[in-house]
Design a protein around this ligand. Structure first.
Ligand code: ADP
Length: 495
């Protein structure tokens, strides 16, 4: 609990504030009080010296110059009463006289100073005040000043002036109390200021934290309110963007699962229906071939869908990093067309291939571009009637090579054009499978491959007149030119 408290922003800021504020106040306070105490002591000592001078005037019978009337003895008594101090006078023969008015001096007056203390006090060249000569005897602090004086009869006497120092101590204590009070006020203000600041600082973060908790539970509808321009607002904006993206992602995921389930359930249901009907005799043996054909075509469609899904998942997860190489796109088109030869023949299609240049070298992933060509040519054949025309052309503009695949088939309605690259999007909405119906994944695979290459694909289509898919590839310098004839041939070339 205590550890947790120390981890909060409030406690950390409070600790910093207090350290800085209290540290500064202490340094300033100690300096000021020390200066004040020094000043006070200097003044009080000066006062003591003045009083001792008065005593000196009296003792040397020069009372008038001290402005005091009467004989020395009664004058010293009067002086002691006036100041509340104690005056001690030691004659050379050791006899001692004390003058004091307040009973508090009683025990000190009775004992006097030892010879050693007296000698000690007087040994200094400059008379200086000595503290607490009567330690243990008196319950208040004292300051004493001693001096040798010549009496009126010419003998030398030792005179000590003792003053009650409790007033000075009280003043110093009061100064310390002031510092303490300032410290307490500073602590109070620090706590209030830090509490106010941190609660204002942490409030938006707490709000963000609450809302993010709801995101983690799948509720992406709520947004963090944006106000002001501070760091919390920036964070709130980032979280709101993240929520938008997560919401889209979640919607895509849901529709993806729904689509996959639907695409699998329909053929499975129909296959089961046919097989059960065959089993219970509803479908006669003479019709078996027809239904086995249907079941086979459905399983082929499912297999192709699963393969497409796997391709898509691989491309999207980025596990198939594109392997860039330089190859001739015209050659790849020729080879791909050869694989469609039988279907083109069956469809009685007229194929027109137009390359603006004999070879177009591009930098791309050969296998993936081959898949793009296969999907586009497959669609062009699939969605075109018999005896239609397929035109394939390549040409270059600036740094790009354009590959265009045009058919004169059924075309795509205008409203469907923006969606054909979406996953599972099929123009013909009827879900009764026909021989030509696909999975709606082919074009989304094409789009992702072209996107991964940093290139573009465009579609122009007029319903009933045909479609034209054109994609770009990065043009590469001919390897024959880059690597002049070596070892009797080019590294890349048409085989
Ligand atoms: P599918 O496996 O269904 O062919 P695609 O993603 O390749 O999936 O195509 C999506 C939809 O776009 C198809 O269902 C089809 O209706 C339409 N389409 C694609 N290519 C053509 C084309 N060349 N001519 C007409 N329609 C096409």
């Amino acid at each position: 609990m205590r550890r947790d408290f120390l981890r909060t922003l409030f406690s950390r800021m409070l600790a910093t504030y207090l350290t800085v504020t209290l540290g500064l106040i202490l340094i300033v306070g100690v300096t000021v009080v020390a200066l004040f105490q020094g000043q006070l002591r200097t003044e009080m000592n000066a006062q003591l010296v003045r009083e001792l001078q008065q005593v000196n005037e009296i003792v040397s019978s020069n009372a008038e110059s001290a402005g005091l009337p009467g004989d020395a003895d009664s004058l010293l008594g009067w002086l002691a009463r006036q100041s509340g101090n104690m005056i001690e006078m030691y004659a050379p023969d050791g006899t001692r006289q004390t003058y004091f008015s307040e009973s508090k001096w009683g025990s000190a007056a009775a004992r006097g100073l030892s010879e050693e203390t007296r000698a000690d006090c007087l040994s200094k060249t400059e008379p200086s005040a000595v503290s607490n000569l009567f330690d243990g005897l008196l319950d208040f602090p004292t300051v004493s000043l001693g001096a040798r004086m010549l009496t009126a009869d010419g003998t030398e006497a030792l005179v000590f002036l003792h003053r009650d120092d409790s007033a000075a101590k009280r003043m110093a204590d009061a100064a310390w109390m002031e510092v303490l009070l300032v410290l307490l006020i500073a602590i109070l203000f620090s706590v209030i200021a830090v509490y106010y600041t941190t609660s204002r600082m942490t409030k938006p973060f707490m709000e963000i934290s609450d809302i993010v908790q709801r995101y983690s539970k799948g509720d992406f509808n709520i947004r963090i309110p944006i106000s002001g321009t501070d760091e919390a607002t920036q964070l709130a904006r980032s979280f709101n963007n993240m929520a938008d993206q997560l919401k889209d992602l979640e919607a895509t995921r849901r529709s993806f699962v729904a689509n996959v389930s639907h695409e699998l359930r329909s053929p499975l249901t129909s296959m089961r229906g046919f097989l059960e009907a065959m089993q219970d005799g509803t479908i006669g043996r003479e019709e078996y071939d027809k239904y086995i054909d249907i079941v086979l075509s459905e399983t082929r469609r499912m297999t192709s869908m699963v393969n497409d899904l796997l391709d898509l998942a691989r491309i999207e997860s980025g596990t198939t990093a594109i392997k860039l190489e330089i190859f001739d796109i015209n050659e790849l088109i020729r080879r791909t067309l050869i694989t469609f030869e039988a279907r083109i023949y069956d469809h009685k299609m007229e194929v027109e291939v137009k390359f603006a240049q004999e070879q177009y070298y591009v930098e791309a992933d050969n296998a993936q571009i081959s898949q793009v060509l296969r999907n586009l040519i497959d669609n062009a054949i699939k969605y075109s009637p018999m005896n239609s025309k397929l035109r394939i052309a390549t040409y270059a503009l600036r740094k790009e090579v354009y590959v265009s695949i045009q058919d004169s088939g059924q075309g795509i309605p205008e409203e469907d054009v923006p969606h054909v690259f979406d996953r599972f999007y099929k123009v013909e909405k009827a879900h009764t499978p026909t021989k030509q119906s696909g999975t709606g994944l082919g074009l989304s695979i094409v789009k992702r491959i072209i996107d991964q290459h940093g290139q573009t694909i465009t579609l122009k289509s007029v319903k009933g007149k045909g479609s034209n898919f054109t994609f770009t590839l990065k043009r590469a310098p001919s390897p024959n030119r880059r690597q002049p004839m070596q070892d009797g041939g080019a590294k890349y070339g048409i085989q």
